[in-house]
Design a protein around this ligand. Structure first.
Ligand SMILES: [Zn+2]
Ligand SMILES: [Zn+2]
Length: 422
């Protein structure tokens, strides 16, 4: 597991390095708890490694048990085949710690038909109550059915081949209770459009206070005008980050949960855990391009989790704002925000603009290819289906499971489209 309290500056020798001699911890240069890297003078906020550790272990165990790509005990990638278990399942053995394990069957014996029926209904039904009725008819608790749907969906997403071009965006989804929302991230393979991973702040453990989300004072909402170009919107967003009480804290409403078996993690920790999963699944490890939604802490989380690729393989991280169609003309170049990152704005034939900023690395992509469209389309699909089925009536964990099931369906649809167009 990574120590999250590391330097996150792109040119610093301490990028991603734990316990560097130049570090000072628990300083308050901006009023909130930060660390200081003496080598580059950066002062990133302190992050709760204890909560992150719980999240990291949970996700890595899931990856191990659903894909066999990692050891569930020590997270090593060095896994070999090791005969069969008593019930005929292939067994795997870790070269590092010698422990053996089997890949888990995501759906319990006898419940495959139910899970498939619910999957079908997710595509076609007009109302989510039907899903509950299906489970009740089979005498299965709906939470149990949702859990299995989620596991089999994650397994499908996590077996996608490793990607070199990714796009990640953040989104929210409503759940039961006034103003309650999940905050999440989805990452797609830019070349195939398929979803590689989707995760939210919801976590099946009551996290320590430091890592737990609580509704907070965020900056006032963006005041935008209809004729604001993408670069102007990016500029306003950068100003907004600085108005936050702590720049990596965003508010997404009360997010109340019924009991203490679950909690919402801070979005910044959710982002770290999300990118660590992508890394573990070998996405982006041989370098490439990662286009990011313009949220300030996504950069820090991504550069930390991919520090190795950023340093050695020239992975490019790019913030993108706006979406365009067809050929582009360069319209504007400006430096924006606290970090004075250079942004470029392009205009398409209809006058629509897109702006982006290459945060680290060099991208070989054309301006036309630098976009978040695959990730935006995936979110749109999930949000539309959720709304149509009225899934906001369900608890947070049910909404989350059904969201992952919809993500797997989206990916299957994309796969079908590609094989039929071939
Ligand atoms: Zn530094
Ligand atoms: Zn091991």
């Amino acid at each position: 597991m990574l120590d999250l309290n590391v330097c996150k500056s792109r040119h610093c020798k301490n990028l991603g390095v734990a316990n560097a001699p130049e570090y000072e911890y628990n300083v308050r240069p901006l009023g909130f708890l930060s660390m200081r890297c003496g080598a580059c003078s950066a002062t990133p906020p302190m992050l709760d490694n204890q909560s992150y550790g719980l999240m990291w272990r949970y996700w890595h165990q899931q990856i191990a048990l659903l894909t066999g790509k990692r050891c569930p005990s020590c997270a090593s990638r060095k896994i070999k085949r090791f005969g069969q278990s008593a019930n005929g399942k292939p067994r795997l053995c870790c070269n590092q710690c010698d422990k053996t394990f089997s890949i888990r069957t995501p759906v319990m014996k006898g419940q495959q038909a139910l899970v498939e029926q619910i999957q079908d209904q997710l595509q076609t039904a007009a109302n989510g109550d039907l899903l509950k009725q299906l489970a009740a008819q089979k005498g299965v608790h709906f939470d149990r059915a949702c859990e299995q749907l989620k596991r089999s969906a994650l397994q499908a997403l996590w077996l996608e081949p490793s990607a070199t071009q990714m796009a990640s965006v953040v989104f929210t989804l409503p759940y039961k209770g006034k103003g309650n929302q999940l905050w999440g991230i989805v990452t797609t393979d830019k070349q195939t459009g398929r979803i590689l991973h989707i995760s939210t702040t919801l976590f099946p453990v009551y996290l320590p206070t430091l890592g737990r989300y609580q509704s907070c004072v965020d900056a006032p909402p963006l005041l935008t005008q209809a004729n604001d170009s993408s670069i102007e919107l990016a500029n306003k967003q950068e100003q907004r980050f600085l108005l936050r009480q702590q720049f990596d804290r965003c508010d997404f409403g009360p997010a109340i949960l019924g009991n203490k078996t679950h909690s919402h993690a801070l979005p910044v920790l959710t982002a770290h855990a999300h990118f660590s999963v992508l890394n573990s699944l070998d996405h982006g490890n041989s370098g490439g391009v990662h286009a990011l939604y313009h949220e300030v802490f996504l950069r820090g989380a991504c550069i930390t989790q991919f520090a190795h690729a950023v340093k050695n393989h020239h992975m490019a991280l790019i913030y993108v704002k706006g979406e365009t169609k067809g050929e582009l003309q360069l319209a504007n170049i400006r430096k924006l925000g606290w970090w004075q990152n250079q942004w470029q704005e392009y205009r398409d034939e209809s006058g629509t603009t897109k702006a982006y900023s290459v945060l680290v690395g060099k991208s070989e992509l054309l301006p036309e290819e630098i976009c978040l469209s695959t990730a935006n389309q995936a979110v749109e699909f999930i949000q539309q289906r959720m709304q149509k089925l009225d899934l906001a009536q369900f608890t947070a964990s049910r909404v989350e499971s059904l969201m992952v099931a919809l993500a797997a369906q989206y990916t299957e649809n994309e796969r079908d489209k590609q094989s039929s167009s071939r």
